[in-house]
Design a binder for this molecule. Structure first.
Ligand SMILES: Cc1cc2nc3c(=O)[nH]c(=O)nc-3n(C[C@H](O)[C@H](O)[C@H](O)COP(=O)(O)O)c2cc1C
Length: 195
C-alpha cells in the first residue's frame, strides 16, 4: 500500500500527513505504525498497540495492565516518547508527551466493554513481570486456551487501564534520495528543521 508524501510539502500538508498516518495506525491492524515503541523516563521501551488517535487534541490511547511496571514508572514521571516508523514509505514520527493512566473513568469502562473477550483475557492472569520456574502465560489453567465468558472476565476489569498520551511534540522525518525532510510540531506550532 504505497502512499506518497505530501505534495506540495508545506507545514500544513505535513501536519495533515501526521494526522492521516496516526488515524490509519489506530484503525488498521496491518499498518506498520499500528504497534509503535513506547518509551518511559526510566530508559525502558516496549511495543504497544495504538488503539485510538484523537485529532481534536492530539491524544493517543493505549490499553495496558494497571499492575505493569510501566504504570508505576508513569506515576513518578509521566513523560513518554512514542516512536512510529513506516519502513516502506520511509517516514518516522517521533512523539513526545505526557501520559495518564485511567482505570475507573468512562473512557476506561468503554474501552473495556468494546474490547474483544480474547484481548481482555490476559487481564485475568498474573501481573506482568512475575518470575516463574517454567514458561508461563500467567493465565489460570481453567481459562488457558479458551474464550472466556463475560462472567469469567468480570474479575479482570480491575486490572485493565487505558493510557492516554497527550502529544506535546511530533517530529516528522521523511527519508529521501532528493534530500531528507523534517518538521517538528510543538503544541500545534510547526517549523522546518534540518534532518
Ligand atoms: C506485538 C506486541 C503488542 C503488544 N501490545 C501491548 C499493548 O497494547 N499494551 C501493553 O501493555 N503491552 C503490550 N505488549 C507487551 C509490552 O511490549 C510489554 O512487554 C508489557 O506491556 C510489559 O511492559 P512493562 O514491563 O514495561 O510494563 C505488546 C507486545 C508485543 C510484542
Amino acid at each position: 500500500m504505497a502512499r506518497y508524501v505530501p505534495m506540495p510539502m508545506t507545514l500544513e500538508t505535513v501536519r495533515q500527513d501526521i494526522e492521516d498516518r496516526l488515524l490509519e495506525a489506530a484503525s488498521n491492524r496491518r499498518s506498520p505504525m499500528h504497534t509503535p515503541v513506547v518509551a518511559t523516563a526510566d530508559a525502558d521501551a516496549r511495543i504497544m498497540v495504538l488503539r485510538n488517535f484523537d485529532t481534536s487534541d492530539w491524544t493517543l490511547r493505549f490499553h495496558t495492565d494497571a499492575r505493569s511496571p510501566k504504570v508505576e514508572t508513569l506515576e513518578d514521571n509521566a513523560a513518554v516518547a512514542v516512536l512510529f516508523y513506516d519502513r516502506d514509505e520511509k517516514v518516522q514520527i517521533r512523539c513526545r508527551g505526557q501520559a495518564r493512566i485511567e482505570t475507573e473513568s468512562s473512557l476506561a469502562t468503554a474501552a473495556w466493554s468494546e474490547s474483544d473477550t480474547y484481548a481482555r483475557r490476559c487481564y485475568l492472569g498474573a501481573p506482568p513481570g512475575e518470575e516463574r520456574e517454567q514458561p508461563s502465560s500467567g493465565l489460570p489453567d481453567e481459562i488457558e486456551g479458551k474464550r472466556p465468558t463475560e462472567e469469567e472476565l468480570a474479575p479482570a476489569r480491575k486490572n485493565f487501564a487505558v493510557m492516554v498520551v497527550k502529544i506535546e511534540s511530533a517530529d516528522w522525518y521523511f527519508l529521501s534520495n532528493d534530500g531528507h525532510k523534517r518538521a517538528i510540531f510543538t503544541n500545534g506550532k510547526g517549523c522546518w528543521v534540518t534532518p
